[in-house]
Write a protein that binds this ligand. Structure first.
Ligand SMILES: C[S@@+](CC[C@H](N)C(=O)[O-])C[C@H]1O[C@@H](n2cnc3c(N)ncnc32)[C@H](O)[C@@H]1O
Length: 378
């Protein structure tokens, strides 16, 4: 495999030379630098002592965690032999020390920090390291569901689980049967599909966690570049699990674009989408922490900063109105998002842009008021 060196954050990484990223024998996607930037920031806020990058590919993620955050012991793992060998090279390059074998599938590198590189199935490693990790990162191809059970047992009972899901087509209803199979949830299509997909993903983790008497609190969850990402804080105890489950519920949407939702374990009427998480998508203290850390941070991706600002300023209420979809559905002219927000604020409602779509708003105003605000002034 021909390798080239790239820089991302404080890391130097050897990656395979390839025409297209999915042709490479070991996966590296520079677009995901924003995802890794946010994860580095999250780890700085959380001050976790140890972390697992369970599906490492080139090792870029775990190496950045080790170089750019207070984490003292980072574990990196991949099932692919080519990835494992490349991770070993990359760790040596960044730490400047040689690894020592621990058995035939594991190397330990001790510099200022400790890095442990493992070759194997993530489910095996996570089963071995029972309640061990403060921070556990699942960044798979597609859905994280096949790793959820072992991840929930491997992370400490008050630890943080970070998950990426790139199967947006499934969670957004393009492949409904796959969503029913993997997430046991009915997906919605149309303008609410991304937010609902993210909420279905969180709702699934919640249900997996509940059986271990674990509750789930959302530190931050977002959609970007065709993937979902969630940082989830586990909370120990049956009462916490019950409280989390009370945030599960269902969504309905009419032809006009009007939506309704209810928190309930079972839907009270037909035509429901879900179950899904209906609680907050961000935690105030955590977001404050991110803002603080951003001041001392050199992002690897040029969009990281504006994206965090967008997330910070976004009103945290379930679902949103897409101005283009509302116009199409109700025979209205398209109005600028900023104008609709301004009109709603003048009427005393809260309203903001949303990261789910540049043409959408989040608001606590009722549907009729949004429609009024969509109509031209005068
Ligand atoms: C999307 S890539 C990871 C990207 C990486 N985290 C990053 O930020 O660049 C997914 C990786 O998971 C690995 N993988 C797939 N199934 C696995 C399993 N059961 N156990 C461990 N690794 C696995 C693949 O070999 C691949 O390298």
């Amino acid at each position: 495999m021909e390798l080239i060196e790239v820089r991302e954050g404080l890391a130097r990484i050897l990656v395979p030379k390839a025409e297209r990223i999915y042709d490479a024998p070991v996966f590296y996607n520079p677009v995901m630098a924003l995802n890794r930037d946010l994860s580095v920031l999250a780890l700085r806020v959380l001050k976790s002592k140890n972390a697992l990058d369970a599906l490492s590919a080139t090792g870029i993620r775990g190496i950045r965690y080790s170089l750019e955050t207070p984490v003292e012991e980072t574990w990196l793992n991949d099932i692919s032999g080519e990835a494992f060998n490349l991770i070993l090279k990359n760790v040596e390059l960044n730490l400047g020390v040689k690894g020592k074998p621990l058995g035939d599938k594991r190397f330990v590198f001790k510099g200022e920090k400790t890095l442990i590189v493992n070759h194997g199935d993530a489910n095996w490693l996570m089963a071995e390291k029972f309640r061990y990790f403060d921070f556990l990162d699942l960044d798979p191809f597609g859905s994280p569901v096949e790793f959820l059970d072992t991840a929930l047992r491997s992370v400490k009972r008050r630890g943080v689980l970070a998950i990426t899901a790139t199967d947006t087509g499934v969670l957004c209803g393009a492949y409904r049967n796959a969503c029913l199979r993997k997430y046991l949830a009915e997906p919605i299509r149309g303008e609410l599909c991304h937010e609902a997909g993210l909420r279905i993903l969180i709702g699934t983790v919640l249900r997996y966690a509940a059986k271990y008497d674990l509750g789930v609190g959302v530190l931050l969850a977002y959609y970007r570049d065709h993937y979902f990402r969630a940082f989830l804080r586990l909370e120990s105890g049956a009462k916490k699990a019950d409280k989390s489950l009370s945030n599960l519920g269902y969504l309905w949407q009419e032809e006009s674009g009007r939506f309704a939702y209810e928190m309930n374990f079972l839907p009270s009427k037909s035509g429901a989408f879900g179950p899904m998480w209906l609680g907050p998508l961000k935690d105030t203290d955590f977001m404050e922490g991110l803002k603080r850390e951003l001041k001392e941070f050199e992002p690897a991706h040029r969009k990281t900063l504006p994206f965090v600002e967008l997330l910070v300023n976004e009103l945290d209420v379930p679902f949103h109105y897409d101005t283009h979809a509302l116009a199409r559905r109700n025979g209205l002219e398209v109005v600028k998002v900023s104008e609709v927000i301004e009109k709603l604020r003048e009427l005393g409602y809260s309203a903001s842009r949303t990261h789910f779509s540049p043409t959408a708003i989040k608001t606590d105003a009722p549907f009729e008021e949004v429609i009024k605000a969509m109509k031209k002034r005068g």
